[in-house]
Design a protein around this ligand. Structure first.
Ligand SMILES: [Ca+2]
Ligand SMILES: [Ca+2]
Length: 135
């Protein structure tokens, strides 16, 4: 019996380890529902003066603790955050247009760029992203 329990625990631990290693981002959700994600690679989090500072190879992002609702590990992309900087803005539209023009998707998040769910990345996705930003 003890051997079975130990096996189950080891199997469960193995499963959890695999899942944990698949997480690539830490997502911060603010009280207004805004979400921003930072890459876990080399991520260091420090707290000071009511701010949470998330530092990784791509730079720093700070969040006021009083505005944070939750933070969680995630694998999914932020829809529209094509350049993976944690923000959805005109730079992401530029990335989609550059991808459409030159086909180089090596430095962008293709999953985040496919906004309308039709399976291809084209000008419709750029248009949808512009509309999202303008709303
Ligand atoms: Ca972005
Ligand atoms: Ca599309």
């Amino acid at each position: 019996m003890r051997k079975i329990i130990l096996s189950v625990v080891i199997a469960l631990f193995g499963l959890l380890s695999v899942q944990a290693s698949n997480y690539t981002k830490l997502t911060f959700q603010q009280v207004d529902g805004t979400k921003q994600s930072v890459d876990l690679q080399s991520l260091v989090i420090t707290f000071s003066d009511g701010q949470l500072l998330a530092t990784n190879e791509k730079g720093d992002q700070s969040f006021a603790l009083r505005n944070l609702a939750k933070m969680y590990f995630s694998t999914s992309s932020i829809i529209g955050d094509v350049n993976r900087d944690g923000y959805v803005n005109i730079s992401d539209v530029t990335c989609i247009i550059n991808y459409i023009l030159n086909g180089d998707g090596s430095n962008i998040d293709l999953e985040a760029a496919e906004l309308n769910g039709d399976g291809t990345i084209n000008i419709s996705d750029a248009t949808k992203l512009i509309n999202m930003i303008l709303q």
